[in-house]
Design a protein around this ligand. Structure first.
Ligand code: THU
Length: 140
């Protein structure tokens, strides 16, 4: 399911999804795409707001869309692409998914899920967030 051609298709979808970004404040357009176990690819892009803190990253837009539109499918891989090259300070740090999005990935994807990052390569989710928060209820 996550062979090389599937990841390439997913990467293309993430790059294309950047066009859907609403980023008038940062001018930093990010695209993401989630691959489901049924072969469907769900895109997303960052959506900013005049009240800056309301901004939602591309990865979370894609995962939330996948979860709500295909609630019976599993997410098996994610790709993210940004315009880091447009920034003078561009470096790999600028291309990496933020910590909040990594935590949301852990909610929906397996630890060995491949996360493709444009200009960087593919990382296992567990390498991106080795110690995620998990909610385990204490029994009375
Ligand atoms: N952004 C993402 O879409 N994904 C990330 O992982 C990091 C940051 C967006 C949020 C904001 O619209 C812009 O990039 C600048 O922070």
């Amino acid at each position: 399911m996550t062979d090389v051609s599937a990841i390439r298709r997913l990467a293309d979808a993430a790059r294309a999804a950047r066009a859907g970004a609403h980023a008038p404040y940062s001018k930093f357009q990010v695209g993401a795409a989630v691959l489901l176990d049924n072969g469907v690819i769900v895109p997303g892009a960052n959506v900013e707001n005049a009240s800056y803190g309301l901004t939602c990253c591309a990865e979370r837009v894609a995962m939330f869309a996948a979860r709500t539109q295909y609630s019976r499918a599993s997410m098996v891989a994610l790709a993210v692409s940004c315009g880091a090259d447009d920034f003078v300070h561009a470096g790999n740090h600028t291309r990496m998914p933020c910590g909040a999005c990594r935590q949301v990935m852990v909610e929906f994807m397996a630890p060995d899920a491949p996360i493709w990052i444009d200009g960087v390569g593919t990382h296992k989710l567990s390498d991106l967030l080795p110690t995620p928060f998990k909610l385990t209820r204490m029994l009375p």
